[in-house]
Design a protein around this ligand. Structure first.
Ligand SMILES: NC(=O)c1ccc[n+]([C@@H]2O[C@H](COP(=O)([O-])OP(=O)(O)OC[C@H]3O[C@@H](n4cnc5c(N)ncnc54)[C@H](OP(=O)(O)O)[C@@H]3O)[C@@H](O)[C@H]2O)c1
Length: 339
């Protein structure tokens, strides 16, 4: 099969190599991949930016989420059968969805939502789970609470705005003016143009911030949070609390404690909590979101679909930071697979 691989970190262009179809363990299904989505984590992984959290072996096939069709099941698989259309975010130590096939644990996948195309389905797993885990599991966002979602027009923002509205929150978001109509259509109540305005001059007394930018933008979030509020970042630095819960060795915990000392000070001075979230793949949680896509409560936002053999162009566009919603890789044609 074909797979997009790197043999070393910072390799300029992943190579599309011929490799064996993956072996199926007892709890695995083998999926013929139809579509995969591009996520910023693909470039971070390629460039070694996640080495402290995820040490990978080379060669490494890139890609974290997918939609496709099961062609084989392992001996212990009970929940799925060959022919099922499924989608999922694969386990972090077994990535590789930029390929024609992937072996994936049955616990990481769910049946594809009815009436959604493979393109739409592949746009959901990583950003859908991350947004739900941030807003629901970590923040426990309640109806009537105020949340700021940074980067409302991105892969995360487009789904996070909709989930926050479904939870009943008042949603402020940042984007550039060309995307105002988009984020308004997704439900945003207050829209701030990050190019001309400073959110910290406009918003105050927020219950929660979902930070997708890190750096100074993350530090500024503490200026708008009310005492007892929560700043949850998916793009900032992991702190010592995260490192301990993630089971990292002492030296890494101390390293993260050192680099996040400013955030720890801001937590104290604002009486808010800082959480770094590294999303968890979960088939059952993805299945719990499926009905929301089937009944139209949540809608995918697709920027563009790019053929597999133009992966480099897809990664380049993702790196530009200008995508509105998701970039999808078309790996196979479902019509040729009887779907
Ligand atoms: N920790 C985790 O588990 C986890 C999971 C998922 C994602 N992430 C991280 O979350 C971040 C966002 O991911 P994504 O998929 O949403 O990225 P993305 O789709 O590439 O984001 C692109 C969007 O960001 C907007 N944007 C650019 N600069 C901005 C700024 N300064 N303020 C507000 N919006 C801005 C752009 O809007 P304009 O075109 O209008 O400028 C564009 O629509 C990435 O760093 C990713 O690695 C982490």
């Amino acid at each position: 099969m074909q797979a997009a691989q790197i043999t070393r970190y910072k390799q300029a262009i992943p190579a599309i190599n011929q490799v064996p179809i993956p072996h199926v363990e007892n709890d695995d299904v083998l999926v013929k991949i139809v579509t995969a989505s591009i996520n910023p984590i693909d470039l971070k992984t390629k460039d070694g930016g996640l080495k402290m959290l995820l040490p990978y072996q080379m060669p490494l096939t890139l890609g974290s989420d997918f939609a496709g069709i099961i062609v084989k099941t392992g001996a212990a698989v009970t929940q799925f059968k060959a022919g099922d259309a499924v989608y999922g975010r694969v386990q972090k130590n077994r990535i590789g969805t930029f390929a024609e096939y992937i072996a994936v644990d049955q616990g990481a996948i769910a049946l594809k939502p009815n009436h959604l195309s493979f393109v739409e389905a592949a746009s959901i797993p990583l950003v859908g789970l991350t947004s739900y885990q941030a807003l629901h599991d970590v923040m426990n966002l309640q109806a009537g609470q105020k949340v700021l979602i940074q980067g409302g027009s991105g892969g995360i923002g487009t789904i996070a705005i909709q989930i926050a509205k479904w939870l009943g929150a008042y949603v402020a978001t940042t984007t550039s003016s060309k995307n105002f109509d988009l984020v308004r259509s997704l439900g945003a109540d207050k829209i701030i143009d990050y190019r001309t305005e400073k959110f910290q001059d406009i918003l105050h007394d927020y219950d929660a911030v979902l930070d997708t930018r890190g750096g100074q933008t993350l530090e500024d979030a503490f200026k708008i949070i009310k005492p007892g509020g929560q700043v949850v970042s998916i793009a900032g630095l992991p702190n010592a609390r995260f490192a301990q819960a993630y089971g990292l060795p002492l030296w890494k915990r101390l390293a993260f404690q050192f680099v996040t000392r400013r955030l720890t000070a801001l937590e104290k001075s604002s009486q808010a909590t800082y959480t770094f979230l590294f999303m968890n793949p979960s088939g059952p949680q993805l299945a719990s979101l499926t009905p929301l896509f089937e009944n139209g409560t949540l809608k995918p936002t697709i920027d563009r679909v790019i053929p597999f053999n133009q992966l480099q162009e897809a990664l380049r566009y993702s790196h530009s930071g200008k995508a509105t919603g998701k970039i999808i890789l078309q790996i196979a044609d479902p019509a040729e697979m009887g779907n």
